[in-house]
Design a protein around this ligand. Structure first.
Ligand SMILES: [Zn+2]
Length: 425
């Protein structure tokens, strides 16, 4: 995967003219990436120390990331600013294939052979003064303008475990309009038009919040060869709600015991109801889950629309799949923002694309880590020894700051106590 990323970086457009380029685009791209992979803003600074001192001209940038030299931070930012983030998207496919080859996709198979892909927007930058040509803006009190960036994330999720697989993002840029709904909805349709066919072979079911359960997005999902399972709130689907009122819906009641507490899960569903008003309204299948505690008080209620058949046999599994949408909050955004990736940190904004390029590299680091966890014994062992992901990256960061490792193998043999480093007296 690292080789593919390096080759992709080597093909990035180079704005420099003449032959005075000291660092290649491959080194520039990999330098930026290595910071996210190691979750260490000072990784490059440490490697420069290693190279100039005990490494005798070599560093982990060379041995682990196949770099020939270590460019400075300002040079990296200047050279990556004009680069289109989409140039990195083929690397997501390479990682996805690696995930498939190691059998990792099996953990994501749901509903008899589908995978679940959650679509959701997230904001990763906000400022009152730093801005670029691709900033969205909104008015703040006192006549101030706030600048911000968001993207639509597409993430493979599954009920039952917290691992997620990032797919290429779709950046939401200002020309998409000023309404948040419009932006996210249009970005979703752009994503489906651009990537949907590629992932159609997975027989995907797309998950999304109430914003997505509108006819244009449902149609875009089907045009891309997928299925949908979107949250559908009564207040925003009045026509559908009117159809449900007064109908005696089929019901399935499932008692659940969690620890000492007892709950009652009640499922209701109906097939072939109109999604909206009008003659051209598409028909969808509707389902609802309500969870009541021992006293009979409903503590959770949610409803969905889908184009999958819904019946007494599969309603429980479909509702669980719909609720897996929340994994994008806990398993993806929360990890990206608070567990070492620092998605919202301003690593550099640039005038054009830098912010989006760095977020793309950060997502790729998250994806590579996930694939490594599925594919590599040594990675899993090192994680288990460290105890938590945060502790694992802390060890990785610290040990590579001071020791030059000839390969990933030796690094991970060290992290898993297979070999030990002995400094000669
Ligand atoms: Zn900006």
């Amino acid at each position: 995967m690292i080789r593919t990323l390096r080759e992709t970086c080597a093909r990035l457009p180079d704005k420099r003219t003449g032959n005075n380029a000291r660092y290649t685009m491959a080194d520039i791209g990999m330098a930026a990436y290595s910071v996210f992979f190691m979750q260490s803003p000072s990784f490059l600074a440490h490697q420069r120390h290693l190279q100039e001192g005990p490494g005798h001209g070599r560093s982990n940038c060379e041995t682990l990331f196949e770099m020939m030299g270590i460019p400075c931070d300002n040079h990296i930012r200047a050279m990556l600013d004009p680069v289109e983030p989409k140039l990195f998207f083929p690397v997501f496919d390479t990682a996805f294939e690696a995930m498939d080859e190691c059998g990792g996709l099996e953990a994501f198979r749901q509903l008899g052979g589908h995978v679940l892909i959650a679509l959701d927007g997230t904001e990763y930058f906000r400022s009152n003064d730093i801005r670029c040509g691709n900033c969205s803006r909104r008015a703040r009190s006192g006549g101030k303008t706030e600048y911000f960036h968001t993207f639509l994330s597409a993430t493979m999720v599954a009920p039952g475990h917290n691992r997620v697989v990032s797919l290429p993002p779709e950046f939401i840029s200002p020309q998409d309009g000023s309404e948040k709904q419009d932006c996210e909805s249009r970005a979703a349709r752009r994503w489906l038009a651009g990537h949907g066919r590629h992932y159609a072979k997975l027989n995907p079911v797309y998950l999304g919040d109430d914003l997505f359960s509108r006819q244009p997005i449902c149609e875009a999902v089907q045009a891309a060869g997928g299925h949908f399972l979107f949250v559908c709130k009564p207040a925003s689907h009045k026509t559908l709600q009117e159809w449900l009122d007064g109908v005696d819906l089929p019901k399935r009641v499932v008692p659940i015991k969690r620890g000492k507490k007892r709950f009652t899960y009640t499922y209701r569903w109906i097939e072939a109801v109109p999604l909206r008003d009008g003659d051209d309204a598409m028909t969808v299948n509707w389902l609802e889950i309500a969870i009541a505690d021992a006293a009979g008080e409903v503590t959770y209620r949610n409803s969905f629309v889908t184009d999958l058949p819904v019946n007494a046999d599969n309603v429980v599994e479909i509702a669980a799949a719909g609720r897996a949408r929340w994994k994008i909050e806990n398993g993806s955004f929360n990890v990206l923002k608070t567990k070492g990736y620092n998605l919202e940190h301003n690593f550099g904004h640039g005038k054009d694309n830098l912010a989006a390029v760095l977020v793309t590299l950060n997502l790729l680091a998250f994806l590579f880590h996930t694939v490594a966890e599925f594919a590599e014994d040594r990675w899993r062992k090192a994680l288990a020894i460290a105890g938590t992901r945060v502790a694992f990256f802390s060890k990785l960061r610290d040990i590579t700051a001071f020791v030059l490792f000839p390969s990933w193998q030796v690094l991970f043999d060290t992290l898993t106590f297979k070999i030990s480093l002995v400094v000669p007296p």
